[in-house]
Design a protein around this ligand. Structure first.
Ligand code: LUZ
Ligand code: MOS
Length: 752
């Protein structure tokens, strides 16, 4: 199976929002954003900008015809600041001009005065000041305090993980075109076209049916366009609405870096109780999430953190509490893993500490505590698969844990400044939106009279290959070559009220919806053929593009069948709706079955540290990943490798530094924000194990979601480096070379 977009990408022929033809008279928007992280607006004068060359309009909150509100879960996010500013990069005013350069130059003429206050940048400070987005939330089971008191060992500590920039290749972009009846057509680089539609309608004060949103494809997203594409698309929409002309907005890389939210940094306090065999008996944890200046998706991210509080392990007594702490940085947002990685880092850190206290090697502790079939998660659901243990054992044996440990030991016993370390990292990730109602999707399928098939779903192609998987599922359902199918651009007029393409579930849900629509059409086609020929319907089928009777070729091709179906006046179109079966969650009780299934796997990581320089290499990563019966191994491999490397970047070199006084983003260009590149990529071995068999209607034709889970294999890199250092280190990510060096110095000092 080819990744169908691959050919277009390498030839530079694939079309993104920024490449769409600009209608005649298109204007360009540039946004003036807050230079201060916290303060009151004391003056805002646009008159000089209005007179600048090429300027058609300068917009502030006063020009918003509807509601100045883009919040989705919490209603705390104005489109354009009014009275106060809450982070550097918050949109305040918009210039609409004949060219992007004119708009940008005129923006500099807007006079904005802010009385600055000291920003809150530390989530713990925010929490102690009571500046939470929502009240703290706790999930748990058993009696952790009592279990801790009766435990043989207890360990406590703090673990911290940093922010992460999404660094999608395509920056936030939108093109809004006015329609004849006062409506708008918006092309947006969003994962959630229905969100853009709903919020544009709210801000403009028009019904949703006046707003059409279309997404050709995205140049990457990683969660950064789940909620945060919306304000930019709505700003373009506001410009088009007010001027009556098409308006385009494409963020510069610099503005995108400064204005948009990142992965949530967390600082967390934990206490773990263990029995004399190293079995975890209690787990108590407080997560302080740096939510940024507005709610955005922070509460949902925290919910997933709470669901993944015990990682791949079984713990009978748990209390996990999450604090969504409002700070003066851009609202932090969805990012591959969505709070899961933050939780998993904390329990892995705790297990390292437990290993040093109990004297039990950490990989033994990990293995002993892995989830078994029948174990319950703290939220009540049962773990039904045996993949946590089976993937761990396969990884241990096939990827060679013993050999890796021996190699490292021999290497290190030779002395010298280079030291080698290893880690095992298990992953168990729940598939489904934690917000149950989001687990629905729809598809519209047309078979044309020549037999070619057009498919529209709510899924957004962002490079992950969702369209390839949907086409494949549709072609298998119809019994025709995949080349006869085509994916249309995602559009709110073809599929309404869609969930964002997120939570790893885009292919599962939209693929099932497309397959359901295909099945419906195929049944009609076969019924028509049965009526025309007198052959019983059950005897007919389509395979490899031929109409078969009891498995024998009838001499009729798929193309002829399509034409005959049309001539018989039978519809060749169908729309289908899919809702993930079997899931439910009681938010108040904190109990239920929020996930359709889990994806599990394990990674063995080997790293080498230069103890003189603090630099390191991640040498080799061996992964066993339970992907179900795969639809497309090549797409899965791409997701596993890409996720791993993105995860390694998060815990090693990606550092979103901010000035501690002003909150200004320090790494605000690609010269200073570094992501892993091809030279820093380890040798990667991936073995796919089928694992559990999913019931029908869950997953996609037996295959499992693959988008987010592999990200968390990358966490193993942090622990492999720490292992190589051979000195106790604070559990703080990212482990930059600077941190390695300073930790080694501190370790040497404390050893005298
Ligand atoms: N988005 C969301 C997500 O709204 N809910 C989720 O549970 C989720 N999980 C992963 C990624 N995005
Ligand atoms: Mo997401 S973090 O957009 O699945």
């Amino acid at each position: 199976m080819p990744h169908f977009d691959g050919e277009l990408h390498v030839q530079g022929r694939s079309v993104f929002v920024g490449d769409l033809p600009e209608p005649k008279g298109t204007l360009f928007a540039h946004v003036l954003t807050s230079p201060a992280a916290r303060g009151s607006i004391t003056g805002l004068s646009t008159s000089a900008a209005e007179k600048a060359p090429g300027v058609e309009a300068v917009l502030t909150w006063r020009d918003i015809p509807g509601e100045n509100q883009t919040g989705n879960i919490v209603m705390d996010e104005p489109l354009l600041a009014r009275g106060e500013v809450h982070y550097i990069g918050q949109p305040v005013a918009v210039v609409i001009a004949g060219s992007a350069t004119e708009a940008r130059r005129a923006c500099e003429l807007i006079e904005l005065a802010v009385r600055e206050e000291k920003p809150v940048l530390d989530p713990r400070e925010s929490c102690s000041r009571g500046e939470l987005i929502v009240p703290p939330r706790t999930i748990g089971c058993g009696n952790p305090a009592e279990a801790r008191r009766n435990s043989a060992f207890t360990v406590s500590g703090t673990a911290e993980t940093g922010a992460q920039e999404h660094l999608y290749l395509e920056t936030q972009s939108a093109l809004a075109v006015p329609l004849e009846d006062g409506g708008l057509r918006i092309a947006s680089s969003t994962q959630g076209p229905s969100y853009v539609q709903k919020i544009a309608a709210r801000v403009l004060g028009v019904p949703s049916h006046r707003i059409q949103v279309e997404v050709p494809r995205l140049g990457g997203a990683f969660g950064g366009k789940e909620d945060q594409a919306t304000p930019w698309a709505v700003i373009a929409a506001l410009g088009a609405f007010v001027t009556g002309k098409p308006v385009k907005l494409v963020l510069s890389r610099h503005q995108d870096l400064v204005c948009t939210g990142k992965r949530h940094p967390y600082t967390s306090d934990y206490t773990m109780g263990l029995d004399e065999n190293g079995l975890i008996v209690s787990w108590e944890v407080d997560y302080y999430q740096d939510s940024g200046a507005a709610g955005d998706l922070s509460t949902a991210v925290m919910e997933r953190t709470l669901f993944h509080t015990t990682g791949s392990y079984f713990v009978p007594n748990v209390r996990a509490t999450g604090y969504c702490c409002r700070t003066n940085v851009p609202p932090n947002t969805a990012f591959r893993g969505f709070g899961g990685p933050q939780a998993m880092f904390v329990i892995e850190a705790a297990l390292r500490k437990a290993s040093s206290v109990t004297g039990i090697p950490v990989h033994i502790l990990q293995e002993r505590n892995l989830l078994k079939p029948g174990d319950r998660f703290p939220f009540g659901a049962e773990y039904r698969a045996d993949e946590a243990r089976s993937s761990w054992k396969l990884c241990r044996d096939m990827m060679g844990l013993d050999n890796a440990m021996k190699r490292a030991e021999e290497f290190n016993s030779a002395g010298g400044r280079m030291r080698r370390g290893i880690s095992m990292m298990p992953v168990c990730f729940g598939i489904s939106f934690t917000t149950t109602f989001l687990n629905q999707a729809s598809a519209l399928v047309h078979v044309y009279t020549d037999g070619s098939v057009g498919i529209s779903t709510g899924a957004v192609e962002m490079g992950q290959g969702v369209n390839s998987r949907i086409r494949q599922a549709a072609a298998l359902e119809l019994g025709i070559p995949v080349e006869l199918t085509r994916m249309e651009a995602t559009s709110t007029t073809r599929n309404a009220n869609t969930s964002p393409t997120a939570a790893s579930s885009g292919a599962d849900m939209n693929g099932n919806a497309a397959a359901m629509a295909c099945r419906e059409i195929l049944i009609r086609m076969l019924r028509g053929a049965a009526e025309r020929t007198g052959v019983p319907e059950e005897a007919l089928s389509v395979e490899k593009g031929r109409l078969l009777k009891n498995g024998e070729d009838t001499g009729t091709s798929w193309e002829e069948l399509a034409a005959e179906t049309y001539s018989s006046r039978i519809s060749l179109s169908s729309h289908a709706h899919y809702a993930t079966p079997g899931i439910h969650f009681d938010g108040k009780a904190g109990k239920g079955e929020p996930f359709a299934y889990h994806v599990a796997g394990a990674a063995l990581t080997e790293a080498t540290v230069d103890t003189l320089l603090g630099t390191f290499t991640i040498d080799r990563v061996g992964i066993v990943h339970c992907g179900g019966s795969q639809l497309d191994p090549v797409i899965d491999l791409g997701q596993v490798e890409g996720g791993l490397i993105q995860g390694i970047g998060w815990v090693t070199i990606e550092e979103v530094g901010r000035d501690p006084e002003t909150g200004r983003l320090l790494a605000d260009a690609l010269a200073t924000y570094k992501v892993p590149q091809i030279c820093s990529t380890p040798e990667i071995a991936v073995m796919f194990a089928p694992g559990e068999t999913l019931p029908g209607g869950i997953g996609l034709r037996g295959s499992k979601a693959v988008g987010e889970p592999p990200f968390m294999y990358g966490i193993g890199a942090w622990f492999a480096i720490a292992d190589a250092m051979g000195t106790p280190v604070e559990h703080t990510a990212p482990m930059t070379p600077e941190r390695v060096l300073m930790s080694l110095r501190a370790g040497n000092r404390s050893r005298g």
